[in-house]
Design a protein around this ligand. Structure first.
Ligand code: FAD
Length: 473
Protein backbone atom coordinates (compact mmCIF):
# COMPACT_ATOMS: atom_id res chain seq x y z
CA UNK A 1 0.00 0.00 0.00
CA UNK A 2 1.32 3.46 -0.86
CA UNK A 3 0.79 6.28 1.59
CA UNK A 4 0.52 9.71 0.01
CA UNK A 5 1.84 12.50 2.22
CA UNK A 6 0.68 15.98 1.35
CA UNK A 7 2.81 18.90 2.47
CA UNK A 8 1.35 22.12 3.86
CA UNK A 9 1.96 24.96 1.43
CA UNK A 10 2.88 28.36 2.86
CA UNK A 11 2.86 31.88 1.43
CA UNK A 12 4.59 34.91 2.95
CA UNK A 13 3.26 38.41 2.31
CA UNK A 14 5.66 41.21 3.24
CA UNK A 15 3.64 44.30 4.28
CA UNK A 16 0.13 44.31 5.72
CA UNK A 17 -1.39 47.34 3.96
CA UNK A 18 -4.33 47.15 1.57
CA UNK A 19 -2.31 45.42 -1.16
CA UNK A 20 -0.91 43.00 1.43
CA UNK A 21 -4.36 42.01 2.71
CA UNK A 22 -5.78 41.49 -0.80
CA UNK A 23 -2.70 39.44 -1.67
CA UNK A 24 -3.09 37.29 1.44
CA UNK A 25 -6.70 36.62 0.46
CA UNK A 26 -5.67 35.61 -3.06
CA UNK A 27 -2.81 33.38 -1.87
CA UNK A 28 -5.19 31.53 0.45
CA UNK A 29 -7.26 30.48 -2.55
CA UNK A 30 -4.23 28.46 -3.63
CA UNK A 31 -2.07 27.76 -0.54
CA UNK A 32 -2.80 26.20 2.86
CA UNK A 33 -1.36 28.92 5.06
CA UNK A 34 -0.41 32.55 4.65
CA UNK A 35 1.66 34.73 7.01
CA UNK A 36 1.64 38.51 6.68
CA UNK A 37 4.74 40.29 7.99
CA UNK A 38 3.95 43.83 9.11
CA UNK A 39 6.21 46.42 10.69
CA UNK A 40 3.35 48.25 12.45
CA UNK A 41 1.01 47.15 15.19
CA UNK A 42 -2.21 46.80 13.17
CA UNK A 43 -5.12 48.46 15.00
CA UNK A 44 -8.22 46.50 16.07
CA UNK A 45 -10.64 48.89 14.40
CA UNK A 46 -10.75 51.82 11.95
CA UNK A 47 -7.84 53.74 13.49
CA UNK A 48 -4.79 55.53 12.14
CA UNK A 49 -1.34 53.94 12.34
CA UNK A 50 2.24 55.10 11.84
CA UNK A 51 3.06 53.07 8.70
CA UNK A 52 0.19 54.62 6.73
CA UNK A 53 0.66 58.40 6.91
CA UNK A 54 -1.38 58.93 3.73
CA UNK A 55 -4.47 57.66 5.60
CA UNK A 56 -5.05 61.20 6.93
CA UNK A 57 -5.87 62.37 3.39
CA UNK A 58 -8.98 61.88 1.25
CA UNK A 59 -9.09 58.45 -0.42
CA UNK A 60 -11.48 57.53 -3.24
CA UNK A 61 -12.17 53.87 -3.92
CA UNK A 62 -13.43 53.81 -7.51
CA UNK A 63 -15.94 51.20 -8.68
CA UNK A 64 -13.32 49.35 -10.75
CA UNK A 65 -11.44 48.56 -7.55
CA UNK A 66 -14.49 48.28 -5.28
CA UNK A 67 -16.09 45.55 -7.43
CA UNK A 68 -12.87 43.52 -7.46
CA UNK A 69 -12.48 43.84 -3.69
CA UNK A 70 -16.10 42.74 -3.26
CA UNK A 71 -15.45 39.69 -5.44
CA UNK A 72 -12.35 38.77 -3.41
CA UNK A 73 -13.96 39.55 -0.06
CA UNK A 74 -17.75 39.23 -0.34
CA UNK A 75 -19.53 41.50 2.10
CA UNK A 76 -17.07 44.40 1.87
CA UNK A 77 -19.59 46.75 0.28
CA UNK A 78 -22.28 46.02 2.84
CA UNK A 79 -19.85 46.42 5.74
CA UNK A 80 -18.51 49.71 4.39
CA UNK A 81 -21.98 51.19 3.89
CA UNK A 82 -23.20 49.94 7.27
CA UNK A 83 -20.24 51.77 8.84
CA UNK A 84 -21.24 55.00 7.08
CA UNK A 85 -19.12 54.96 3.91
CA UNK A 86 -20.82 56.99 1.18
CA UNK A 87 -21.56 55.60 -2.24
CA UNK A 88 -21.03 58.47 -4.64
CA UNK A 89 -22.71 58.03 -8.04
CA UNK A 90 -20.51 59.18 -10.91
CA UNK A 91 -21.50 61.89 -12.00
CA UNK A 92 -24.88 62.15 -10.21
CA UNK A 93 -23.34 62.90 -6.82
CA UNK A 94 -20.36 64.92 -8.00
CA UNK A 95 -19.99 68.68 -8.24
CA UNK A 96 -16.84 68.91 -10.22
CA UNK A 97 -14.81 71.59 -11.98
CA UNK A 98 -12.43 69.63 -14.19
CA UNK A 99 -9.51 71.02 -16.20
CA UNK A 100 -12.02 71.44 -19.04
CA UNK A 101 -15.06 72.94 -17.24
CA UNK A 102 -17.98 72.10 -14.94
CA UNK A 103 -19.23 68.53 -15.26
CA UNK A 104 -22.93 67.91 -15.98
CA UNK A 105 -24.42 65.69 -13.21
CA UNK A 106 -25.53 62.83 -15.44
CA UNK A 107 -27.25 59.74 -13.94
CA UNK A 108 -24.88 57.24 -12.35
CA UNK A 109 -22.91 54.90 -14.61
CA UNK A 110 -20.05 54.24 -12.15
CA UNK A 111 -19.59 54.92 -8.44
CA UNK A 112 -16.95 55.42 -5.83
CA UNK A 113 -16.81 54.82 -2.10
CA UNK A 114 -16.04 57.83 0.04
CA UNK A 115 -14.79 56.75 3.45
CA UNK A 116 -11.86 57.43 5.73
CA UNK A 117 -8.86 55.33 4.83
CA UNK A 118 -8.78 53.70 8.28
CA UNK A 119 -12.36 52.47 7.68
CA UNK A 120 -11.50 51.11 4.21
CA UNK A 121 -8.40 49.34 5.55
CA UNK A 122 -10.08 47.97 8.66
CA UNK A 123 -12.98 46.54 6.65
CA UNK A 124 -10.66 44.77 4.21
CA UNK A 125 -8.30 43.63 6.99
CA UNK A 126 -11.05 42.29 9.24
CA UNK A 127 -12.68 40.31 6.42
CA UNK A 128 -9.29 38.95 5.29
CA UNK A 129 -8.22 37.90 8.77
CA UNK A 130 -11.52 36.12 9.42
CA UNK A 131 -9.72 33.25 7.66
CA UNK A 132 -7.81 31.58 10.51
CA UNK A 133 -5.19 30.26 8.10
CA UNK A 134 -4.05 33.83 7.47
CA UNK A 135 -1.98 35.15 10.36
CA UNK A 136 -0.19 38.45 10.89
CA UNK A 137 3.19 38.86 12.57
CA UNK A 138 3.01 42.51 13.54
CA UNK A 139 5.90 44.67 14.83
CA UNK A 140 8.01 42.48 12.55
CA UNK A 141 10.11 43.79 9.69
CA UNK A 142 11.27 41.93 6.60
CA UNK A 143 15.01 42.60 6.23
CA UNK A 144 16.48 40.18 3.64
CA UNK A 145 15.82 37.30 1.27
CA UNK A 146 17.62 33.96 1.41
CA UNK A 147 18.09 31.72 -1.61
CA UNK A 148 19.59 32.41 -4.99
CA UNK A 149 18.74 33.94 -8.33
CA UNK A 150 16.38 31.09 -9.17
CA UNK A 151 14.44 30.63 -5.93
CA UNK A 152 13.82 32.32 -2.58
CA UNK A 153 14.00 29.78 0.24
CA UNK A 154 13.27 32.04 3.23
CA UNK A 155 12.83 35.64 4.36
CA UNK A 156 14.80 37.05 7.28
CA UNK A 157 12.52 39.01 9.59
CA UNK A 158 13.32 41.11 12.65
CA UNK A 159 11.08 41.21 15.71
CA UNK A 160 11.10 44.92 16.52
CA UNK A 161 10.26 44.45 20.22
CA UNK A 162 12.77 41.66 20.98
CA UNK A 163 15.37 42.85 18.42
CA UNK A 164 15.86 39.25 17.25
CA UNK A 165 15.92 37.88 13.72
CA UNK A 166 14.38 34.65 12.34
CA UNK A 167 14.38 33.03 8.89
CA UNK A 168 10.87 32.12 7.74
CA UNK A 169 10.55 29.55 4.97
CA UNK A 170 7.88 29.82 2.29
CA UNK A 171 6.79 28.35 -1.02
CA UNK A 172 5.86 31.77 -2.33
CA UNK A 173 6.86 35.30 -1.25
CA UNK A 174 5.03 38.48 -2.27
CA UNK A 175 6.44 41.94 -1.58
CA UNK A 176 3.70 44.45 -0.75
CA UNK A 177 5.82 46.82 1.36
CA UNK A 178 4.66 49.88 -0.60
CA UNK A 179 6.53 52.80 -2.14
CA UNK A 180 9.53 52.33 0.16
CA UNK A 181 10.02 48.69 -0.95
CA UNK A 182 13.64 47.54 -0.59
CA UNK A 183 13.15 44.58 -2.92
CA UNK A 184 15.68 45.93 -5.43
CA UNK A 185 18.38 45.91 -2.70
CA UNK A 186 17.36 42.46 -1.43
CA UNK A 187 17.58 41.10 -4.98
CA UNK A 188 21.03 42.60 -5.37
CA UNK A 189 22.21 40.39 -2.50
CA UNK A 190 20.97 37.35 -4.50
CA UNK A 191 22.91 38.54 -7.58
CA UNK A 192 19.71 39.55 -9.34
CA UNK A 193 19.74 43.01 -10.94
CA UNK A 194 17.25 45.55 -9.53
CA UNK A 195 14.33 46.26 -11.90
CA UNK A 196 14.26 49.20 -14.25
CA UNK A 197 12.42 52.10 -12.60
CA UNK A 198 10.55 55.09 -14.10
CA UNK A 199 9.75 58.20 -12.07
CA UNK A 200 7.48 61.06 -13.15
CA UNK A 201 7.33 63.52 -10.26
CA UNK A 202 5.16 66.62 -10.51
CA UNK A 203 6.13 67.40 -6.90
CA UNK A 204 2.54 67.21 -5.73
CA UNK A 205 2.03 67.99 -2.05
CA UNK A 206 -1.10 67.27 0.01
CA UNK A 207 -2.67 69.17 2.90
CA UNK A 208 -5.79 67.88 4.65
CA UNK A 209 -8.17 69.05 7.36
CA UNK A 210 -11.24 67.23 8.65
CA UNK A 211 -14.47 69.18 9.24
CA UNK A 212 -17.90 68.50 10.72
CA UNK A 213 -20.31 68.73 7.76
CA UNK A 214 -22.39 71.93 7.99
CA UNK A 215 -26.18 72.36 8.20
CA UNK A 216 -28.12 69.26 7.19
CA UNK A 217 -25.47 67.70 4.96
CA UNK A 218 -24.25 65.02 7.38
CA UNK A 219 -26.20 62.17 5.77
CA UNK A 220 -25.85 63.02 2.12
CA UNK A 221 -23.98 65.57 0.09
CA UNK A 222 -22.16 65.41 -3.24
CA UNK A 223 -18.41 65.10 -3.47
CA UNK A 224 -17.02 68.49 -4.51
CA UNK A 225 -13.81 68.86 -6.49
CA UNK A 226 -12.05 71.77 -8.17
CA UNK A 227 -9.12 71.19 -10.52
CA UNK A 228 -6.98 73.74 -12.29
CA UNK A 229 -6.31 73.54 -16.02
CA UNK A 230 -2.99 71.76 -16.71
CA UNK A 231 -3.04 73.22 -20.26
CA UNK A 232 -2.05 76.62 -18.84
CA UNK A 233 1.35 75.02 -18.07
CA UNK A 234 1.18 76.59 -14.61
CA UNK A 235 1.54 74.57 -11.39
CA UNK A 236 -1.61 72.50 -10.74
CA UNK A 237 -3.93 73.24 -7.79
CA UNK A 238 -6.62 70.87 -6.62
CA UNK A 239 -9.28 70.82 -3.92
CA UNK A 240 -11.62 68.07 -2.77
CA UNK A 241 -14.42 67.82 -0.23
CA UNK A 242 -15.01 64.13 0.47
CA UNK A 243 -18.14 63.46 2.55
CA UNK A 244 -17.36 60.39 4.71
CA UNK A 245 -18.74 58.47 7.68
CA UNK A 246 -19.71 60.13 10.99
CA UNK A 247 -20.98 63.30 9.31
CA UNK A 248 -17.46 64.44 8.47
CA UNK A 249 -15.88 66.08 5.44
CA UNK A 250 -12.27 65.26 4.61
CA UNK A 251 -10.99 68.35 2.81
CA UNK A 252 -7.79 67.77 0.86
CA UNK A 253 -5.95 70.51 -1.01
CA UNK A 254 -2.98 69.74 -3.21
CA UNK A 255 -0.62 71.46 -5.57
CA UNK A 256 2.21 70.51 -7.92
CA UNK A 257 5.79 71.84 -7.59
CA UNK A 258 5.70 75.62 -7.20
CA UNK A 259 2.14 75.68 -5.83
CA UNK A 260 2.27 73.51 -2.71
CA UNK A 261 -0.55 74.06 -0.18
CA UNK A 262 0.61 75.36 3.22
CA UNK A 263 -0.04 73.29 6.34
CA UNK A 264 -0.89 76.21 8.64
CA UNK A 265 -4.58 77.04 9.04
CA UNK A 266 -4.43 80.52 7.50
CA UNK A 267 -2.40 79.32 4.52
CA UNK A 268 -4.75 76.35 4.01
CA UNK A 269 -7.78 78.63 4.02
CA UNK A 270 -6.16 81.10 1.62
CA UNK A 271 -5.14 78.26 -0.76
CA UNK A 272 -8.76 77.02 -0.87
CA UNK A 273 -9.90 80.51 -1.83
CA UNK A 274 -7.33 80.71 -4.64
CA UNK A 275 -8.41 77.49 -6.37
CA UNK A 276 -9.82 77.84 -9.90
CA UNK A 277 -13.21 78.46 -8.24
CA UNK A 278 -13.88 79.52 -4.59
CA UNK A 279 -16.71 76.96 -4.06
CA UNK A 280 -14.65 74.79 -1.66
CA UNK A 281 -13.62 77.84 0.32
CA UNK A 282 -17.28 78.95 0.59
CA UNK A 283 -18.41 75.52 1.75
CA UNK A 284 -15.68 74.94 4.34
CA UNK A 285 -16.33 78.45 5.65
CA UNK A 286 -19.69 77.04 6.85
CA UNK A 287 -18.19 73.82 8.30
CA UNK A 288 -16.56 73.26 11.71
CA UNK A 289 -12.88 72.25 11.69
CA UNK A 290 -12.14 69.15 13.76
CA UNK A 291 -8.39 68.67 13.20
CA UNK A 292 -5.24 70.64 12.42
CA UNK A 293 -3.92 70.59 8.83
CA UNK A 294 -1.77 67.53 7.98
CA UNK A 295 0.67 67.42 5.04
CA UNK A 296 2.16 64.68 2.81
CA UNK A 297 4.79 64.65 0.10
CA UNK A 298 5.42 61.05 -0.98
CA UNK A 299 3.38 61.23 -4.17
CA UNK A 300 5.54 60.76 -7.30
CA UNK A 301 4.47 58.37 -10.05
CA UNK A 302 6.98 55.53 -9.64
CA UNK A 303 6.93 52.26 -11.56
CA UNK A 304 9.24 49.25 -11.29
CA UNK A 305 9.24 46.93 -14.29
CA UNK A 306 9.71 43.51 -12.67
CA UNK A 307 8.14 41.87 -15.71
CA UNK A 308 11.22 42.83 -17.76
CA UNK A 309 13.66 40.92 -15.52
CA UNK A 310 15.36 38.10 -17.38
CA UNK A 311 16.83 36.58 -14.21
CA UNK A 312 14.38 36.12 -11.36
CA UNK A 313 13.52 33.87 -8.44
CA UNK A 314 10.55 31.83 -9.67
CA UNK A 315 8.60 32.20 -6.40
CA UNK A 316 9.03 35.92 -5.68
CA UNK A 317 6.43 38.49 -6.77
CA UNK A 318 5.94 42.23 -6.12
CA UNK A 319 2.52 43.93 -6.06
CA UNK A 320 0.83 47.22 -5.05
CA UNK A 321 2.74 50.46 -4.54
CA UNK A 322 5.93 48.34 -4.44
CA UNK A 323 5.40 47.98 -8.22
CA UNK A 324 3.61 51.21 -9.13
CA UNK A 325 2.63 54.24 -7.07
CA UNK A 326 0.66 57.05 -8.72
CA UNK A 327 0.05 60.74 -8.20
CA UNK A 328 -2.83 60.36 -5.71
CA UNK A 329 -4.93 63.14 -7.28
CA UNK A 330 -6.31 60.50 -9.67
CA UNK A 331 -7.29 58.20 -6.76
CA UNK A 332 -6.08 55.02 -8.43
CA UNK A 333 -3.60 53.33 -6.03
CA UNK A 334 -6.03 51.08 -4.16
CA UNK A 335 -7.95 50.10 -7.30
CA UNK A 336 -4.67 49.33 -9.09
CA UNK A 337 -3.72 47.10 -6.13
CA UNK A 338 -7.09 45.31 -6.43
CA UNK A 339 -6.58 44.81 -10.19
CA UNK A 340 -3.09 43.47 -9.48
CA UNK A 341 -4.39 41.06 -6.85
CA UNK A 342 -6.92 39.78 -9.41
CA UNK A 343 -4.06 39.36 -11.92
CA UNK A 344 -2.07 37.40 -9.33
CA UNK A 345 -5.09 35.15 -8.77
CA UNK A 346 -5.27 34.40 -12.52
CA UNK A 347 -1.52 33.65 -12.66
CA UNK A 348 -1.76 31.31 -9.66
CA UNK A 349 -4.66 29.47 -11.28
CA UNK A 350 -2.65 28.85 -14.44
CA UNK A 351 0.93 28.63 -13.24
CA UNK A 352 1.11 27.49 -9.61
CA UNK A 353 3.83 24.88 -9.27
CA UNK A 354 5.58 25.87 -12.49
CA UNK A 355 8.78 27.92 -12.90
CA UNK A 356 6.68 30.36 -14.95
CA UNK A 357 4.64 31.60 -12.00
CA UNK A 358 6.47 34.80 -11.02
CA UNK A 359 7.06 35.92 -14.60
CA UNK A 360 3.41 35.32 -15.53
CA UNK A 361 2.15 37.09 -12.40
CA UNK A 362 4.44 40.06 -12.96
CA UNK A 363 3.26 40.39 -16.59
CA UNK A 364 -0.38 40.39 -15.43
CA UNK A 365 0.35 42.95 -12.70
CA UNK A 366 2.12 45.15 -15.23
CA UNK A 367 -0.97 45.11 -17.46
CA UNK A 368 -3.13 45.93 -14.42
CA UNK A 369 -1.13 49.06 -13.57
CA UNK A 370 -0.55 50.27 -17.12
CA UNK A 371 -3.76 52.32 -17.56
CA UNK A 372 -3.48 54.19 -14.24
CA UNK A 373 0.22 54.76 -14.94
CA UNK A 374 -0.46 56.17 -18.39
CA UNK A 375 -3.45 58.28 -17.23
CA UNK A 376 -1.41 59.91 -14.45
CA UNK A 377 1.92 60.40 -16.18
CA UNK A 378 0.47 61.64 -19.48
CA UNK A 379 -1.05 64.58 -17.60
CA UNK A 380 1.63 65.16 -14.96
CA UNK A 381 4.44 65.69 -17.49
CA UNK A 382 2.77 68.97 -18.50
CA UNK A 383 3.17 70.58 -15.06
CA UNK A 384 6.15 72.94 -14.76
CA UNK A 385 9.31 71.44 -13.25
CA UNK A 386 7.93 67.91 -13.40
CA UNK A 387 11.00 65.67 -12.86
CA UNK A 388 11.09 62.82 -15.33
CA UNK A 389 13.46 59.87 -15.21
CA UNK A 390 11.67 57.46 -17.44
CA UNK A 391 12.15 55.20 -20.44
CA UNK A 392 8.43 54.81 -21.19
CA UNK A 393 8.44 55.70 -24.90
CA UNK A 394 4.82 56.93 -24.70
CA UNK A 395 6.02 59.90 -22.68
CA UNK A 396 7.92 61.09 -25.77
CA UNK A 397 6.16 59.74 -28.82
CA UNK A 398 2.45 59.79 -28.18
CA UNK A 399 2.07 62.63 -25.76
CA UNK A 400 0.96 65.42 -28.04
CA UNK A 401 -1.55 63.41 -30.04
CA UNK A 402 -2.80 61.81 -26.83
CA UNK A 403 -3.20 65.25 -25.24
CA UNK A 404 -5.34 66.54 -28.12
CA UNK A 405 -7.57 63.47 -28.06
CA UNK A 406 -7.92 63.58 -24.25
CA UNK A 407 -8.91 67.24 -24.47
CA UNK A 408 -11.57 66.48 -27.09
CA UNK A 409 -13.05 63.54 -25.17
CA UNK A 410 -12.97 65.18 -21.74
CA UNK A 411 -14.54 68.40 -23.03
CA UNK A 412 -17.33 66.45 -24.76
CA UNK A 413 -17.72 64.32 -21.63
CA UNK A 414 -18.81 67.38 -19.65
CA UNK A 415 -22.15 67.55 -21.44
CA UNK A 416 -22.58 64.49 -23.71
CA UNK A 417 -23.94 61.48 -21.83
CA UNK A 418 -22.34 58.59 -23.79
CA UNK A 419 -18.93 60.27 -23.72
CA UNK A 420 -19.33 61.06 -20.00
CA UNK A 421 -20.13 57.38 -19.38
CA UNK A 422 -16.98 56.32 -21.23
CA UNK A 423 -14.81 58.83 -19.33
CA UNK A 424 -16.38 57.66 -16.04
CA UNK A 425 -15.58 54.04 -16.89
CA UNK A 426 -11.92 54.82 -17.53
CA UNK A 427 -11.59 57.14 -14.49
CA UNK A 428 -13.14 54.43 -12.31
CA UNK A 429 -10.66 51.85 -13.73
CA UNK A 430 -13.77 49.87 -14.69
CA UNK A 431 -13.09 50.05 -18.45
CA UNK A 432 -9.84 50.08 -20.42
CA UNK A 433 -8.50 53.41 -21.68
CA UNK A 434 -8.99 52.08 -25.22
CA UNK A 435 -12.78 52.23 -24.66
CA UNK A 436 -12.50 55.99 -25.20
CA UNK A 437 -11.95 55.15 -28.87
CA UNK A 438 -15.04 52.96 -29.19
CA UNK A 439 -17.44 53.59 -32.11
CA UNK A 440 -20.07 54.89 -29.63
CA UNK A 441 -17.69 57.55 -28.29
CA UNK A 442 -16.30 58.50 -31.70
CA UNK A 443 -19.87 58.75 -33.07
CA UNK A 444 -20.93 60.97 -30.15
CA UNK A 445 -17.87 63.19 -30.71
CA UNK A 446 -18.86 63.67 -34.36
CA UNK A 447 -22.43 64.54 -33.28
CA UNK A 448 -21.31 67.84 -31.72
CA UNK A 449 -21.91 68.99 -28.16
CA UNK A 450 -24.09 71.36 -26.18
CA UNK A 451 -22.51 73.89 -23.79
CA UNK A 452 -21.21 72.64 -20.45
CA UNK A 453 -22.57 74.14 -17.21
CA UNK A 454 -21.00 77.55 -16.61
CA UNK A 455 -21.31 77.54 -12.80
CA UNK A 456 -21.12 75.10 -9.86
CA UNK A 457 -23.75 72.40 -10.21
CA UNK A 458 -24.95 72.28 -6.58
CA UNK A 459 -28.76 72.25 -6.60
CA UNK A 460 -30.88 74.81 -4.73
CA UNK A 461 -31.94 72.02 -2.36
CA UNK A 462 -28.27 71.19 -1.60
CA UNK A 463 -27.46 74.87 -0.99
CA UNK A 464 -30.47 75.07 1.34
CA UNK A 465 -29.20 72.08 3.32
CA UNK A 466 -25.70 73.58 3.62
CA UNK A 467 -27.16 76.79 5.01
CA UNK A 468 -29.82 75.17 7.25
CA UNK A 469 -29.32 75.23 11.02
CA UNK A 470 -27.52 72.03 12.02
CA UNK A 471 -30.24 70.82 14.39
CA UNK A 472 -33.12 71.29 11.91
CA UNK A 473 -34.36 67.87 10.85
C1 FAD B 1 -1.51 61.29 -0.07
C2 FAD B 1 -2.04 60.04 -0.72
C3 FAD B 1 -3.37 59.98 -1.11
C4 FAD B 1 -3.85 58.83 -1.75
N1 FAD B 1 -5.15 58.81 -2.20
C5 FAD B 1 -5.63 57.71 -2.82
C6 FAD B 1 -6.98 57.63 -3.28
O1 FAD B 1 -7.75 58.60 -3.19
N2 FAD B 1 -7.40 56.47 -3.87
C7 FAD B 1 -6.58 55.40 -4.03
O2 FAD B 1 -7.02 54.38 -4.56
N3 FAD B 1 -5.28 55.44 -3.62
C8 FAD B 1 -4.80 56.55 -3.02
N4 FAD B 1 -3.50 56.58 -2.59
C9 FAD B 1 -2.64 55.40 -2.83
C10 FAD B 1 -2.88 54.33 -1.76
O3 FAD B 1 -2.65 54.88 -0.48
C11 FAD B 1 -1.98 53.11 -2.00
O4 FAD B 1 -2.00 52.76 -3.34
C12 FAD B 1 -2.46 51.96 -1.14
O5 FAD B 1 -2.17 52.26 0.20
C13 FAD B 1 -1.90 50.59 -1.46
O6 FAD B 1 -0.60 50.56 -1.06
P1 FAD B 1 0.21 49.28 -0.57
O7 FAD B 1 -0.59 48.39 0.31
O8 FAD B 1 0.87 48.73 -1.77
O9 FAD B 1 1.32 50.03 0.30
P2 FAD B 1 1.17 50.74 1.70
O10 FAD B 1 -0.18 51.25 1.93
O11 FAD B 1 2.30 51.71 1.80
O12 FAD B 1 1.42 49.54 2.72
C14 FAD B 1 2.70 48.97 2.89
C15 FAD B 1 2.74 48.26 4.23
O13 FAD B 1 3.97 47.60 4.37
C16 FAD B 1 4.50 47.84 5.67
N5 FAD B 1 5.95 47.70 5.53
C17 FAD B 1 6.80 48.51 4.85
N6 FAD B 1 8.05 48.00 4.87
C18 FAD B 1 7.99 46.85 5.59
C19 FAD B 1 8.95 45.85 5.94
N7 FAD B 1 10.25 45.94 5.55
N8 FAD B 1 8.53 44.79 6.66
C20 FAD B 1 7.23 44.68 7.06
N9 FAD B 1 6.30 45.60 6.76
C21 FAD B 1 6.66 46.65 6.01
C22 FAD B 1 4.02 49.23 6.04
O14 FAD B 1 4.00 49.43 7.44
C23 FAD B 1 2.60 49.21 5.42
O15 FAD B 1 1.66 48.68 6.32
C24 FAD B 1 -2.99 57.73 -1.98
C25 FAD B 1 -1.64 57.80 -1.58
C26 FAD B 1 -1.17 58.95 -0.97
C27 FAD B 1 0.29 59.01 -0.60
Amino acid sequence: MTLSVTRTTHGLVLGGGLAGMLTARVLRRHLDQVTVIERDELPEGPHHRKGLPQARHAHLLWSGGARLIESLLPGTTERLQAAGARRIGVYRDMVSLTAYGWQQRFPETQFLFAASRPLLDWTVRDLTLADRQITVRSRTEAVALLGDATRVTAVTVRDLDQDTTTDLTADLVVDTTGRGSRLGKWLDALDVPAPQEDVVDSGITYATRVYRAPGRTADSFPMVSVHSDYRTREPGRFGLILPVEDGQWIVTLSGTRGSEPPTDVDGFTAFAKDLAHPLISELIGLATPLTPVQGSRSTANRRRYYERDTVRPENLIALGDAVAGFNPVYGHGMSAAARSAAALDRALRRNLGTPELAAAAQRGISRAVDDPWNLATAQDVFYPNCRIQADDPRLEEELNSQERFTELVCTAGLNTAPVAAAVAGVSALAAPATSLQSPAVLGALRGGTTPAPDAPTLTDEEWARVNAPADQD
